[in-house]
Design a protein around this ligand. Structure first.
Ligand code: FCB
Length: 438
């Protein structure tokens, strides 16, 4: 790699990220059902009908996995707690579940790593899904109770905490595009989820602060660089940008929603939403930015709002079909700080790619991923040089894992997982990052 730790400011954190449902194995310990279980059990939703029952068996193998994080010279381990493990019925604390996360956090600290906790990375307890899920305001209120239970137990030891991972995926991808659990396609349901997920963030922030935890508290948003297919598609790209990028950022930093997005969503908003905006924009200590790709937009004149579609772009693509566009990361970081977050520290909480990875004996060569990391880190550096307060960069992901609707088909790890044996094999990208940040 062309970059190394010394190119970055003093104290810059390198990390790796994971999420509970994608690695732990829900058959391990006591775990209640989540909407991902029933979504995956519905024919046609997930490749091979796969689910998180076994995943990477991280529940039993976390020690070995955290050794890999330490030995890779990383500083931070980003993970999530599962609401369904902490509260299998959504509301009652399960001592066995909290005890697992207690052991996990201690194991992270014992290895000299900083624990960075995400409270919601998508496994909504079914009891809430049955009552309308994120389209129901009560789900956001219940999330606050769950957040408090986790912080009361772990808040004295985690260095950072994020309320929600990727509200756009939770609301729009899952309720408008129908591509994640619960797989709905309805603008009213989606709009309500677009607001209630921000309310959940507000409830989560209040719970974190009330717990007395000193952890830096924030939220993780996902961004895609909007690219009009041609000059005629500029307005379509702007509409996409409103839904995907500005809706959450503007709510959290300015306490308002973008006017161009309210043009479409306004009629479906829950009554009294304006009264929630002050809590939604309570100060955060840091912003997490997930970035993978850009999106090319084509206008659909005459179609119903938002009247655009995304179309394949010309750049080389990852195994997900996502264009590799490193400039979009630095440009987005610069834009976020300049227009929204100012001096608030930003951490790149996810960046990485799925590759067509194969094991050759004990090794796995993934040169495209090495180049991907190198180019994106260079892009981060350019933004830092422009004055953006970027304080860390976490690779997605430590392990190959359950990639949601794509099941185990897509491999994002810097460590290869042989699912038949659960053996772990660090890929060339793991070694490249280890050398670069050593
Ligand atoms: C992000 C998710 C993460 C993983 C990566 C590839 O949207 O936060 O769980 O699926 O994409």
């Amino acid at each position: 790699m062309s970059v190394s730790r010394k190119d970055f400011p003093e104290g810059f954190e390198f990390g790796v990220a994971t999420a509970a449902y994608q690695i732990e194995g829900t058959r391990n310990g006591i775990v209640g059902p989540s909407h991902w279980d029933s979504y995956a059990a519905t024919l046609g939703n997930v490749v091979n009908g796969e689910n998180g029952d076994v995943a990477c068996d991280h529940y039993h193998r976390y020690g070995e996995d955290l050794d890999l994080v330490r030995d890779g010279n990383f500083d931070t381990y980003r993970f999530s707690t599962a609401w369904t493990r902490v509260m299998p019925d959504g509301r009652t604390v399960n001592a066995d579940g909290l005890a697992f996360y207690d052991r996990l956090v201690d194991a992270v600290l014992e290895r000299g790593l900083k624990p960075s906790l995400t409270l919601y990375h998508w496994e909504l307890p079914e009891v809430f899904a049955d009552a309308g899920g994120w389209s129901n305001r009560d789900t956001a209120l219940a999330f606050g109770d769950y957040a408090r239970a986790v912080m009361d137990r772990l808040g004295d030891r985690v260095g950072a905490v994020a309320t929600i991972n990727e509200p756009w995926c939770i609301a729009w991808l899952s309720h408008f595009l129908g591509l994640h659990a619960p797989g709905m396609r309805n603008i009213r349901t989606a709009t309500r989820a677009m607001h209630h997920i921000n309310l959940a963030h507000a409830e989560g922030m209040q719970a974190i602060r009330a717990s007395g935890s000193k952890a830096d508290a924030g939220i993780v948003l996902n961004f895609a660089w909007p690219k009009p297919e041609s000059d005629a598609d500029a307005k379509a790209a702007r509409r996409f940008d409103g839904i995907h990028n500005r809706w959450f950022l503007e709510a959290i930093t300015k306490g308002q929603y973008p006017a161009d997005t309210l043009d479409g969503l306004g009629p479906y908003m829950p009554d009294g939403w304006q009264d929630d905006m002050a809590a939604i924009s309570a100060p955060i200590d840091w912003l997490g930015v997930n970035y993978y790709t850009r999106t090319t937009l084509r206008d659909l004149p005459g179609a119903v709002w938002p009247a655009f579609e995304d179309v394949p772009g010309p750049l080389p693509k990852t195994d997900m079909g996502w264009e590799i566009y490193p400039d979009g990361l630095g440009d987005m970081l610069t834009r976020i700080a300049r227009d929204y977050t100012g001096d608030t520290p930003i951490i790149v909480t996810e960046n990485g790619m799925a590759g067509d990875d194969h094991l050759d004996g004990q090794t796995c060569d993934d040169p495209v991923r090495v180049q991907y990391f190198d180019d994106h880190l260079q892009s981060v550096l350019r933004s830092i040089k422009q004055g953006t307060p970027v304080r860390g960069y976490y690779a997605w992901s430590l392990l190959d894992n359950y990639e949601w609707s794509f099941g185990y088909d897509k491999r994002f790890g810097i460590v290869y997982v042989d699912y038949a044996t659960q053996a772990r094999y660090p890929k060339a990208s793991y070694h490249a990052l280890k050398d670069a940040i050593g």
